[in-house]
Design a protein around this ligand. Structure first.
Ligand code: ATP
Ligand code: MG
Length: 396
């Protein structure tokens, strides 16, 4: 019996992409190879609608763990390459199921065959029966029973042109689309909980996200910088090749403090963040700005205050979390492992020189009047000229 170990990868949504399918498939394959670069001796093949990786059994756990970070994968399974022979596959099923029946007295199961090789002489339902009945013969008195609608154990067989694979464990992937298939964006990344989750959501839709952080080290020290760098590296594991841009923001904030209406400060800071981010995005050819804003979450995120920043932009502004509740954002942050970093205490630059009563419903003419009172254009040019650029490197 041949028994090469195989990891089988499915990508439902890409399968729906019609003529562009090949483009999406090759982007996904490239990203998978990049994610698994450190692993030796892997062999890839791409039968229709699937990606197969042939590997050693002790590589499977690492492989599945790394693949769980690749957008575009719907689900994965580890399995075994076998002859398309009912006796051999049934024996394999018995070896997998028998240990489970030592712990439980009732196990509903079924066999599910998919046959892309239509020349194979037995139909899928017949093959299910051939394999299933052999397994039942051995194990029915130990508590195994057939249940086609709610099986707890599903023995799956895929009979392809080049190989047949048997497996029983589907692991969900991230879903979404392969990075590189939807262009590049720039996420305004603070050290908070929300913006890393926003970035992740947009990465999952196939965009490569770069990051921009507005830093005020003079007043807040280096803690924010270190934190955002670690967050950006965490996020970069889902995509690779991201860049973090750090903008010195202290001079602008001091000037706003010294010349403008105190209650408008936070919105004025935000307007400068958007202006600078947009300018950088346009220079670099990034096709959208991404933020972690969510309606009403904090005073600066009322509809009026969101309008006061959106109105400045001709570049698209994406707010993937706009309708998401904080509890759900927190849950997602935990899943992508940014939460623990985000909650480390470190003030964001928006909290510097915080007035007693920040405006919740800013009026654009008032903001524009404030902006005639300080030299934002040269300060913006200076900040753009002083940007630090950090390459985040490969996915790992
Ligand atoms: P987060 O948890 O993402 O910090 P928040 O709930 O603290 O969000 P705000 O402080 O109002 O909300 O920030 C709203 C959005 O503005 C952030 O999600 C982020 O996209 C952007 N932002 C805020 N501060 C900065 C900063 N210092 N550098 C870059 N982007 C920032
Ligand atoms: Mg914040």
């Amino acid at each position: 019996m041949t028994a090469s170990r195989i990891v089988l990868i499915r990508y439902d949504e890409i399968g729906l992409k019609g003529k562009n399918r090949q483009f999406f498939e090759s982007a996904l394959l490239k990203n998978i190879k990049e994610q698994l670069k450190g692993m030796e001796g892997l062999r890839y093949s791409t039968p229709r609608g699937r990606i197969f990786i042939v590997l050693e059994s002790d590589q499977i756990d690492t492989c599945l763990r790394n693949l769980a970070r690749v957008p575009g994968i719907a689900s994965m399974s580890s399995g075994v390459e076998v002859e398309p022979d009912a006796d051999i596959i049934a024996q394999m099923g018995i070896d997998w199921i028998a240990p489970l029946l030592e712990q439980k007295s009732d196990l509903p199961f079924c066999v599910k065959t998919q046959r892309s090789n239509k020349k194979f002489p037995i139909s899928s339902p017949d093959f299910n029966y051939e394999v299933g009945s052999r397994i039942m013969k051995q194990l029915h008195d130990k508590g195994l029973r057939v249940d086609l609608t709610h099986p707890e154990f599903e023995l799956e067989v895929e009979i392809g042109h080049e190989r047949t694979v048997a497996f029983y464990n589907r692991v969900p992937g991230l879903g979404g689309l392969p990075v590189g298939s939807s262009g590049q964006v720039l996420t305004l990344l603070s050290g908070g909980i929300d913006s890393p989750v926003a970035a992740f959501n947009i990465i999952k839709r196939g965009c490569r996200s770069h990051f921009i952080f507005f830093d005020n080290q003079a007043f807040l020290g280096r803690g924010g910088y270190d934190k955002v760098l670690r967050l950006a590296k965490k996020l970069n594991r889902f995509q690779g090749q991201g860049i973090l841009y750090v903008v010195p923001f202290g001079d602008l904030q001091v000037s706003i403090r010294d010349h403008c209406n105190p209650s408008n400060r936070v919105v004025l800071y935000r307007r400068m963040m958007y202006r600078i981010a947009q300018e950088l995005a346009q220079r670099k050819g990034y096709l959208g700005l991404v933020t972690g804003e969510s309606i009403g979450q904090v005073a600066s995120q009322t509809l009026e205050n969101l309008a006061a920043v959106s109105g400045l932009c001709t570049t698209s502004v994406f707010r993937p979390l706009i309708g998401t509740d904080k509890v759900d954002i927190v849950q997602q942050a935990k899943r992508i492992e940014t939460y623990e970093i985000s909650i480390e205490p470190q003030p964001d630059c928006c909290s510097v020189f915080m007035p007693p009563r920040p405006v919740t419903r800013s009026k654009i003419p008032d903001l524009e009047r404030d902006e005639t009172r300080y030299p934002w254009k040269p300060l913006m040019e200076k900040a753009l000229g002083d940007i630090e650029r950090i390459e985040l490197g490969k996915v790992v």
